[in-house]
Structure formats: structure tokens, C-alpha cells
Design a protein around this ligand. Structure first.
Ligand SMILES: [Zn+2]
Length: 235
């Protein structure tokens, strides 16, 4: 007999499926470190709960590998492995601080993490960053042991500026989104930008996008997004 997971049905099911899909995308797009370490979470609308991946690896996440938490970080359903238990507050403190954040993704994406280890912010010099809302430098939150009160406090100090991504010094990347799809796009764009900026350093370094053009690039992207997909007129 197959064991039913806690999230096979009900209001959390749709978010659970999205979380699993996002974990698969992170693996498929090759934005993780070789350990496939990471954790991601999303709000379950109208419940005051969030779903979080329960293991520290994002390899083959299933409906049985999720934990339902309240915004104070208390476990409501499911389980948490010790390594994930350590970082619960890194997620829930952000949801308490930023009502507009609907999803959070943490990875050790190698190129972004190189910037985190160097203590160097990633400038918004790559248009793909601007198009996902990263219009200022991705800041570096000071180091403290993962998930500790000091670490979370350093992250919140950067997050309160309204940024969609924060580098965790000596550790990795934390990306936020209005929903999982947005958080995924931010994670991918930051890792892409980090990689390409490092490539550009060999040929003179990345040049900034003029600040007035950043606003124009963002406005143009949202104008076309609102207009939606274009199809030929029906005859
Ligand atoms: Zn980590």
C-alpha cells in the first residue's frame, strides 16, 4: 500500500506541487552547488502558514519532504531534518517583515556564492536582473552561523530595503519573490549575473547600466507584461 503524504490534498496541495516544481527547476537549470543543498518555502494563501522543504538537499523533493509551519516557525505538520530546523527563522522572519514576499529560495549557487565569499555586492549591470526587479546592488548580509539570531538579524537589515535578493557572507544566496515563480526567476538571474560579471572581469569588467535607464528598462518590461501574449487577429 502506498503511504499517503500529508499534503496529497487540501489547500496546501497546490503550493506543495509548486514547491516541488521549483526544486526540480533549480536542479535542472544547474544553479545549485554540487551538493544540491538548498531550501525553499512559500506562503499558503489565507492560512498564515508557510510550506518549507524539510531536507537540506533539493534532490528529488516529494510531497513527503515538506513541513508546514506557522509564521513564528512552529511546526504544524510534517517534519524537519536537523539542518533545516536550524534555518527556519531565516524564512519565517522574512515573511513577518515583508508582507509582499510570497516565496523564499536559499541556494549555494556557485557564482553568486563566490561574490558572497568575497563580500562583494552584485551590481545590477545585467538587464536580466533589472527585469526581475533587482534594480539595486544585491547586498551582502554579514556573517554569523546559519540560522542564528545574529545571522537573521543581518539578513533582515538588508531585506528591509525592499531588495529581492541578499548574499549571505561566507555562505550563499537568499532570493525572495512575490510567488515561487518570481523567486525562481530572481535566483536564476542572480546566478547568471554573477557568472557573467566574473567572465566580464577578464575583458575589462562589467559596465553599469545608467541609472535612468534602469527605471526605463523596468517600466518597459512591465508595460509589455501587462499587454500579455500577442496572437494574430482571428479571421
Ligand atoms: Zn545554506
Amino acid at each position: 500500500m502506498t503511504q499517503r503524504s500529508r499534503f496529497d490534498s487540501g489547500p496546501t496541495h497546490e503550493i506543495a506541487v509548486q514547491l516541488i516544481g521549483a526544486a526540480e527547476q533549480l536542479v535542472a537549470r544547474d544553479v545549485l552547488s554540487p551538493s544540491l543543498h538548498g531550501n525553499l518555502s512559500a506562503r499558503v494563501p489565507e492560512t498564515g502558514h508557510v510550506l518549507l522543504t524539510a531536507h537540506s538537499s533539493l534532490d528529488r523533493v516529494t510531497l513527503r519532504d515538506l513541513a508546514l509551519l506557522d509564521l513564528q516557525g512552529r511546526l504544524v505538520e510534517g517534519f524537519l531534518d536537523p539542518a533545516t530546523h536550524e534555518i527556519v527563522e531565516m524564512h519565517t522572519a522574512i515573511y513577518r517583515q515583508r508582507p509582499e514576499v510570497g516565496a523564499i529560495i536559499h541556494t549555494h549557487s556557485p557564482h553568486a556564492t563566490a561574490f558572497a565569499l568575497a563580500g562583494r555586492p552584485i551590481e545590477p549591470c545585467y538587464e536580466a536582473l533589472v527585469r526581475v526587479g533587482v534594480t539595486t546592488a544585491v547586498p551582502v548580509a554579514g556573517y554569523a552561523p546559519r540560522g542564528s539570531e545574529a545571522s537573521v538579524s543581518n539578513i533582515l537589515a538588508q531585506s528591509e530595503k525592499g531588495v529581492w535578493a541578499v548574499l549571505l557572507a561566507n555562505h550563499g544566496l537568499l532570493a525572495f519573490g512575490r510567488d515561487l515563480s518570481h523567486a525562481l526567476r530572481v535566483t536564476i538571474a542572480v546566478e547568471e549575473a554573477a557568472r557573467i560579471v566574473l567572465l566580464a572581469e577578464a575583458i575589462g569588467g562589467a559596465r553599469p547600466i545608467p541609472s535612468e535607464m534602469i527605471a526605463q528598462a523596468e517600466a518597459r518590461a512591465s508595460l509589455f507584461a501587462r499587454a500579455g501574449t500577442v496572437s494574430p487577429p482571428r479571421t
